[in-house]
Design a protein around this ligand. Structure first.
Ligand code: FAD
Ligand code: MG
Length: 321
């Protein structure tokens, strides 16, 4: 019988993010294989180095299509579909703007308006041309760049879950810098902390109890800089080229697959609370927790998790039934 009172934690830093693996058996070798798997995907998807399969596509922008491996093609196809949703805030072709702002990468000033206006012309997702026949990707305009930063960690978290399952692991958790995916139901479910925005490490607004679910949080407090009292964070509005400005400090998505959580956090940022809750009525499989700047915690619904508020500065809105 597995002892679910004894947790073994393994950590690493990959994709510029703290990575945490929790198991109920001591298995250093398994942990190394999991970290190697994550590194393998990082090497395919990264745009923070000169070479990767995604960078091969970016380097060939305006010149020729590039054949890529099936996981890269599948993820780009999925990211393009999310980008083509009506009024989507998700845009896989946002790369030139992300690179120019450098938010989270020692970027600390607002680019001139004309730079942003010019770069916006290089971010049309329709100009990401996919060919299913040979799994090639072509960026039609020179200077275009794909950026999978808003989706790749979700995809990778799901692959880690699949790998652990294949290895016979029944209970486990992987946290890729805010993208949590879980296996099984250890005694009393998994308890996942919801970070308090702009607070010291460890401060929590509340906790979520879940089983067999992914929990993805995207917040404006993770990567940002301040200029003239204004905060500029890393989730950009693909329609204006500036950080999305709304009532939200963070969005958390509870879903079966982490890739959905990653896509939906970005979509929700674009919608704001009211439209997001309306959109989620058609998706009972996706549930959201919004933390607003006015210190409300709003649950779109909570059928697949239990939320406990821990910080009395915040007001809980929505049913926990
Ligand atoms: P999310 O909200 O899920 O995504 C925000 C990120 O998506 C932004 O940082 C930007 O990259 C992109 N983005 C911004 N606006 C949009 C939009 N409207 N639509 C679509 N995408 C958008 N960080 C480092 O510091 N160093 C590294 O070497 C590094 N390597 C990485 C390699 C990989 C393969 C990945 C996936 C990430 C890496 N990162 C690295 C982290 C990366 O730069 C982002 O900060 C991170 O992916 C953001 O994830 P999130 O869940 O916090 O935010
Ligand atoms: Mg995301």
């Amino acid at each position: 019988m597995l002892d679910t009172t004894r947790v073994y934690s393994y950590s690493a830093v990959l994709m510029g993010s703290p990575i945490l693996l929790k198991l109920f058996v001591s298995d250093e070798a398994l942990a190394s294989r999991v970290f190697r798997l994550i590194k393998h995907y990082e090497d395919l998807f990264t745009v923070n180095r000169a070479q990767s399969q995604v960078m091969d596509i970016n380097h060939a922008a305006g010149q020729h299509p590039v054949r890529v491996s099936s996981p890269v093609y599948a993820l780009i196809k999925c990211a393009k579909a999310a980008s083509m949703l009506p009024n989507s805030a998700f845009n896989l072709a946002i790369g030139p703007l992300v690179k120019r702002w450098r938010i989270g990468f020692r970027g600390d000033s607002v680019p001139p308006g004309e730079d942003i206006a010019h770069l916006l012309t290089l971010t049309d997702p329709l100009q990401v041309v996919l060919n299913d026949a040979d799994e090639s990707v072509y960026l039609a305009l020179p200077g275009m760049e794909i950026d999978l930063g808003a989706i790749a960690k979700g995809y990778i978290a799901d692959r880690v879950r699949d790998y652990l399952r294949k290895e016979g692991v029944e209970q486990g958790l992987i946290n890729l810098g805010g993208n949590v995916q879980t296996l099984g139901t250890p005694a009393g479910n998994w308890s996942i902390g919801l970070k308090k925005p702009f607070s010291q490490a460890g401060a929590m607004v509340g906790t979520l109890e879940i089983a067999h679910k992914s929990v993805v949080t995207s917040g404006v407090y993770e990567r940002y800089f301040e200029q003239n009292g204004q905060i500029y964070h890393h989730i950009l509005d693909p329609h204006t080229g500036y950080p999305l400005d709304n009532e939200l400090d963070s969005v958390t998505i509870v879903s079966a697959d982490s890739i959905d959580g990653d896509i939906w956090t970005t979509l929700m940022y674009g919608m704001g609370v009211e439209k997001a809750c309306a959109a989620l009525r058609a998706r009972p499989d996706i549930e959201a927790i919004f933390v607003t700047k006015s210190k409300e915690v709003i649950l779109s619904s909570s059928h697949h998790y239990r939320f406990t508020l821990l910080d009395n500065d915040y007001q809980l809105i929505g049913s926990t039934a």
